[in-house]
Design a binder for this molecule. Structure first.
Ligand code: ZN
Ligand code: ZN
Length: 772
């Protein structure tokens, strides 16, 4: 019989995910001889047998790969046969730089779930059940190599039964580092203020009873603590808001299963009005129906993906206290075995599940910290004994026109590589100060860190520094060899951190980094684009506050700013970002004929008058081209006159308002592109007049969104045929993205893999720095 031999080299996330035993099983199926071993940068396979079997084997390696594996590349080379008849798993070879990739944390798999609910199984109701296909990874790694001793499971030696599974290549738990059971592993404990203590499943039952009774329970998950309560219990939800000092920001919910999740959100396929209202005359009904069906499919695919992110979808009302003034609800499904056990034990089937912290501080993940900082918030604690090595927030994904976009990268996504760069030197990009997230480039692969938070909190700054140490340790990079990229803002905390690292540094302008992040996702380094960067605040080349910017050029050759929103004033500087009426004072001051906004229907109060006063005296007034503040101004004109309690709130309110408008709202306001400026003055004048004339605010809001999309079209008409790369926090606005997709189709590029907000900056910074 004809015999051939091949060496197959597979790179990507292929270690610690059961790839070697999987290869072993496949080789047996195709009657191949040879071996498989872990190498420095992936898995190496030598296989010999009939050519047909080798072909089928190579295909199956990719098509049937374990769920946790992410294959980046496969190289196959013909070699000569060695006469091997059997197939074996060999021990690993050492490597210079371990480019082995740490897998993200994975939702519990179906096989483990079956055991969880099988009374005959020895892991029946065991809250830390896992196998090579599922369970924690990044959240438990303390050091490399990835083995038991280097994880937070080190204090629990395996019992004989677990050890036997761990060492058996034919077993589902072969080399599953966190493997454990009731007999040898950690469990959960329950505590409340009345001195109730319970362990194991009794702890879960006690927590479920507290949730049913309307109590707030702090629950340790995979990447940190959550605060949970019954989402349908208005009193419990309000108590949680008060105790957490989180007045209006939406909460996410966890539904017990897909069927329950479906009842919470609008099936776009059976409503459609909300999304077609401002698309009149552009999209046909058929196209809208197609979009809706693809949204539904994408919604469920994301809900059920192994990352189990929070998925945003149009809410089916009745959850006003959970997500006030918001057209969307964030929904996720159970991902840790513990969550499944909680629902089985009778917890309400829709739970508010929000990061356990005070206000906007980072999520608590250390038991002592959680007990101390949540004492006044949680009525009870469900504490897992397995420590968490690093905090990981839940990831957030939104579907728009069937396309998922990641708004926050956390558990389930970090620390996966998001792009490849033509860089040989290691690069560390520090991102921005808000929604901080890092990127480390090693051998051209860009590893994106988890969402870290706002660096003005000390604990977030410490987390940022810890994540730098973490990533450098994992990929064996010394800080001295790094090129460190930071934002050009001289007063950013991240800029200071960059300078303290003692490596070579390079500054990248904020909005160019936003545009580059979209291009980096596509690897289109030398493609000329029109870049559109719309956000709230970023440090401009001239030291003023930018945020409504247009660029031409490429990542490879750099970006030239060619147009921007007309300048306005920002009375009070960054503080104005919290007060839409202050932003309105600054933008409307540019009009010759300012309407009296203290009168009906506007009712602007003292904060507006104080801002006017600053402008009149030209005190603490800053120049800005911020599109975010234009959204705030319009929100104020339409009724959002109170202070914001979280970033982006007024713009979200405006999007929500627009989504309830009627189709007749679709005409645009004047927003002329003159010279190199988009002039908002005619737009604001028309909006103020319409509002005074009693036009429905929702219709004005819808028309404003159309106007902004048309403004981008006006600039794009001078740059025919190039892709339009849109990024920045403003493009988290789903309505605006939909309007641009309708107008530009595939010519409009948006972020999908990294957030459009400042969470995506690091990727763009790394891209620009690699060509600098
Ligand atoms: Zn499993
Ligand atoms: Zn055991």
């Amino acid at each position: 019989m004809l015999r051939r031999a091949r060496v197959i080299h597979i790179r990507g996330i292929v270690q610690g995910v059961g790839f070697r035993p999987f290869t072993h099983r496949l080789a047996r199926r195709f009657a191949l001889g040879g071996w498989v071993k872990n190498g420095g940068d992936g898995v190496e396979i030598f296989a010999e047998g009939s050519p047909d079997a080798l072909d089928a084997f190579a295909r199956a390696l990719v098509s049937e790969a374990p769920p946790a594996a992410r294959i980046a590349s496969t190289d196959v080379a013909d070699v000569s046969c060695c006469g091997l008849q059997s197939f074996e798993i060999r021990e690993s070879a050492g490597a210079a730089r371990p480019t082995v990739r740490i897998a993200p944390d994975l939702a519990v798999c179906d096989a483990c779930l079956r055991e969880l609910f099988d009374p005959a199984d020895r892991r029946y109701r065991y809250p830390y059940n896992n196998c090579t296909d599922c369970g924690p990874r990044y959240s438990i790694v303390r050091s490399l190599p990835y083995d038991r001793a280097g994880t937070t499971m080190a204090p629990w030696p395996m019992c004989d039964l677990c050890a036997a599974e761990y060492h058996d290549p034919a077993d589902r738990r072969f080399h599953a580092q966190p493997v454990a059971c009731h007999a040898c592993g950690p469990t959960y404990v329950f505590r409340d203020g009345d001195g109730t203590h319970a362990r194991a499943y009794d702890a879960v039952v006690a927590a479920a009873a507290h949730l049913r009774a309307g109590k707030i329970v702090a629950i340790k998950g995979i990447g940190g603590y959550h605060l949970a309560c019954d989402a349908r219990n208005v009193g419990a939800v309000r108590a949680l808001r008060e105790r957490k000092f989180r007045k209006e920001r939406p909460f996410a919910v966890m539904a017990s299963d897909v069927a329950t999740a479906r009842t919470l959100v609008t099936r776009t396929s059976d409503v459609g009005t909300a999304r077609t209202l401002v698309t009149t005359g552009v999209a046909s009904d058929d196209a809208a129906a197609d979009d809706a069906a693809s949204d539904d499919a994408a919604f469920e695919a994301q809900l059920l993906s192994s990352a189990r992110p929070i998925v945003l979808a149009p809410a089916r009302a009745a959850f006003d206290d959970v997500a006030p003034d918001n057209r969307e609800l964030g929904v996720m499904l159970p991902y840790a075995p513990l969550h499944h056990l909680l629902f089985e034990a009778g917890a309400p089937n829709v739970l508010v599940l929000t990061s356990a912290n005070r206000s906007s501080e980072p999520i608590a993940y250390d038991d002592d910290d959680a007990l101390a900082s949540l004492a006044g918030i949680a009525d009870a604690f469900l504490i897992g004994e397995r420590p968490i090595a690093r905090r990981l927030d839940d990831s957030v994904v939104r579907i728009s026109a069937g396309v998922p976009a990641i708004l926050r990268r956390g558990r389930g996504f970090a620390p996966v590589a998001v792009a490849t760069l033509p860089a040989t030197r290691p690069i560390l990009a520090l991102g921005g100060d808000l929604k901080n997230a890092l990127a480390l480039v090693v051998d051209g692969a860009v590893f994106a860190s988890q969402h870290i938070g706002d660096l003005d909190h000390r604990s977030a700054r410490e987390a940022c520094e810890a994540t730098i140490r973490d990533l450098c340790a994992i990929y064996a990079v010394r800080t001295e060899e790094l090129l460190v990229v930071h934002d050009a803002h001289p007063e950013y905390v991240s800029t200071a951190i960059a300078q303290e690292l003692g490596a070579q540094t390079v500054a990248v302008q904020h909005h160019r980094a936003h545009v580059a992040s979209v291009i980096a996702e596509r690897g289109a380094w030398d493609t000329n684009v029109l870049g559109v960067a719309f956000d709230g605040t970023g440090y401009g080349d001239d030291g003023t506050i930018w945020g409504g910017e247009f660029f031409t050029g490429s990542v490879q050759h750099g970006f030239e700013r060619i147009a921007h929103l007309r300048r306005a004033q920002l009375p009070g500087g960054d503080a104005a970002a919290r007060f839409p009426v202050a932003a309105a004072a600054g933008y409307l001051a540019e009009l010759d004929d300012v309407p009296d906004l203290t009168q009906p229907p506007f009712f602007f109060g003292p904060r507006y008058r104080a801002a006017r006063e600053l402008i009149a005296r030209n005190v603490r007034c800053f120049r800005t081209t911020s599109m975010g503040r234009l959204f705030d101004t319009v929100a104020a004109l339409l009724g959002f006159t109170r202070p914001m309690t979280f970033e982006g709130q007024a713009a979200m309110w405006l999007e929500h308002l627009a989504s309830s408008a009627s189709p007749s709202a679709a005409h645009a306001y004047p927003f002329p592109f003159v010279g190199n400026e988009l002039d908002y003055r005619p737009l604001l004048r028309a909006i103020a007049l319409d509002r005074s004339a009693g036009r429905e605010p929702s219709q004005i809001a819808a028309a404003f969104h159309v106007t902004v999309a048309d403004g981008i079209m006006a600039v794009s008409q001078r740059h025919n045929d190039v892709p339009i790369a849109c990024s920045g926090g403003v493009f988290q606005n789903g309505l605006l993205v939909e309007l641009l997709r309708e107008r530009l189709d595939a010519r409009a590029w948006f972020n999908a893999t990294v957030p459009a907000n400042d969470g995506g900056l690091a990727l763009g910074q790394a891209g620009l720095a690699s060509f600098a």
